[in-house]
Design a protein around this ligand. Sequence first.
Ligand SMILES: Nc1nc2c(c(=O)[nH]1)N[C@H]1C(S)=C(S)[C@@H](COP(=O)(O)OP(=O)(O)OC[C@H]3O[C@@H](n4cnc5c(N)ncnc54)[C@H](O)[C@@H]3O)O[C@H]1N2
Ligand code: MOO
Ligand SMILES: [Mg+2]
Length: 658
Amino acid sequence: MSLKSKVTGLILAGGRGTRMGRVDKGLQPFRGSTLVEHVMRRLAPQAAGIVINANRNLPQYQAVAGEAPVLPDYLDGFEGPLAGLQIGLQYCPTELLLTAPCDSPFLPADLAERLHAAMQAQDADVALAVTMESEDGGEPQRQLHPVFALLKASLLPQLDAYLATGARRMESWYKSLRVAEVMFDDADAFRNINTLAELQQHERLQAPTPPVAASAAAAPATAGATDPARAAPAAEGEATAAATATADAMPVAEAQRIICERMTPIAATETLPLRAALDRVLAEDIVSPINVPAYDNSAMDGYALRGADLPAAGAPDATFKVIGIAYAGRPCTQAPQAGECIRIMTGAAIPPGCDSVLPQELAAHIGADTVTIAHGAIRPGANRRFAGEDLKAGGIALAKGKILRPADLGLVASLGIGEVAVQRKLRVAFFSTGDELRSLGDSLDEGCVYDSNRYTLFGMLTRLGCEIIDMGIVRDDPAALEAALREASAQADAIITSGGVSEGAADYTRDILARIGDVAFWKLAMRPGRPLAFGQIRTEAGSAWLFGLPGNPVAVMVSFYLFARPALLRMMGAQSALPMMQARCTEAIRKRPGRTEYQRGIISAGAGGEPQVRLTGAQGSGILRSMTEANCIVVLREAQASVAAGEMVDVLLFDGLV
Ligand SMILES: Nc1nc2c(c(=O)[nH]1)N[C@H]1C(S)=C(S)[C@@H](COP(=O)(O)OP(=O)(O)OC[C@H]3O[C@@H](n4cnc5c(N)ncnc54)[C@H](O)[C@@H]3O)O[C@H]1N2
Ligand code: MOO
Ligand SMILES: [Mg+2]
């Protein structure tokens, strides 16, 4: 397994930017793009995927992040880089997490490799970069760079526990871990840009480079490993891509950026009883009114005692007298003295003075009212669940924008809260266009097909939690189509149509959109789903966003997945990036550079457990079977050429949508 496939890159962009006059550092323009995009370019070749931690301007970050998720801190209130690290570790789908700040556009191309080598050699939990730096011409000093780190993802519980103590300093946390330090010669590679003046100075030093494609984060195969700022014209693959891309077809990432920029969340909310809020979008943070659990309690059935009374190494077994019994819901208020203990059940409050619980099966002997314990049976403090270890009173239990899943309902219930404020449901009208379409129950005349798109759209919109308005089939007739679009815009927040967006003699959607609204784009450098008319309809009766999806049944689903889904979620006020991972492709795939291709795949565990993916067979955009057999989409990036069997490819998981 390659190192890259084990690493997730975390860009820390969650700070207040105090020294930059509180501007959002990562989004500052720099050499033709933004600082964060430069860091993405640098990390992408070193990681299977990227995640960005940001606490402000999330839509703007999402616009440049492409398919990489943008996640705010789990802790409230700009708590510093450790809080960013916490959310990074919570997200991290791989074994290792590589961190870098958003203002370090020159970070080394071999950062992951060198940190990993040291981590392995020293059997460390964390590897950190170190350089020698002299201030004002003085003696060079060792300078530790704690935000340039490679960490084991398994460190999350330790970090959670450390943050729960209220501590926030990165260096102090590292002190509790096995750390490997790696000396890098090029101190400049770790320079971060702190002030606007420094930014301008760096900007002047080098010529601008072309903007970074937003998909760079998830396009490791094509992103350059050299410094995009100091090097070099576009890589060969990129040049080929530019040459072969259809002149007026828009790249996928650009289209996603436009959609993301134009969409704003709807304002209306409603308050619902907890169960009715399943799958709805939370409209306000839920602040915990209590500690959960509310009191220290036992994780085991056994005996509660004072850890200091446990027998020391070499001492004989200790016998404790059982002086009381504690049940869940029926606390025992007796405080054991030396040599005494309380029989306790799981979930019962820890009796006064006790701090440890011996699970009954670990006792050396259990008598009528005694229990005997050998040295080493448990450590002092064992099996005690702390008050507030699940949720702290006053902390944010669930953040606004969360789609409430079963676990969330349980969490809210654990706080004793019975009603929640949610966003009102988004109203989405949809219809199919085409003279050849027949509804279920009709006979299938010659040259006709049954309307399947309305069923896939019904399913996808319902799963997304929208209120749907099914407007049936509309004929290939401009007047009928315009009337349907006008009617839909009077009722709905968004309209989804299928068919009639290409260049045929019976394709009218785009022209009508241009007449009664505006067309933001209509042709994309992708397959399937090349024609897609996106824009806003504005009539006297109302306005609505239109997603004119292509007619081919697979194209409808893929375009919905990539464009309509994120847009609708954004209007719903929700954040929900699709899970993206890498898998080894078991077969060769033919592909020409210049457009992004989405091939239907089946992902499974290969020998040795690592993910592998194969295609579902014929990939025509009319072959809906390819979609029902698939459990993922293989994403072949715009600049990418054919893939050889055994190569790693990006894979987008369906996440219950299809
Ligand atoms: N000269 C060109 N022709 C086409 C191009 C092109 O760039 N130049 N693009 C092709 C691509 S790619 C696609 S995708 C389709 C998109 O076509 P339309 O959006 O105009 O859709 P229609 O022409 O109405 O239908 C296409 C195809 O899909 C079937 N269809 C439509 N609606 C449904 C439905 N509700 N249920 C089931 N099947 C449906 C329809 O019968 C057609 O077979 O254009 C290409 N052509
Ligand atoms: O790209 Mo078209 O959208 O299905 O073949
Ligand atoms: Mg057509």
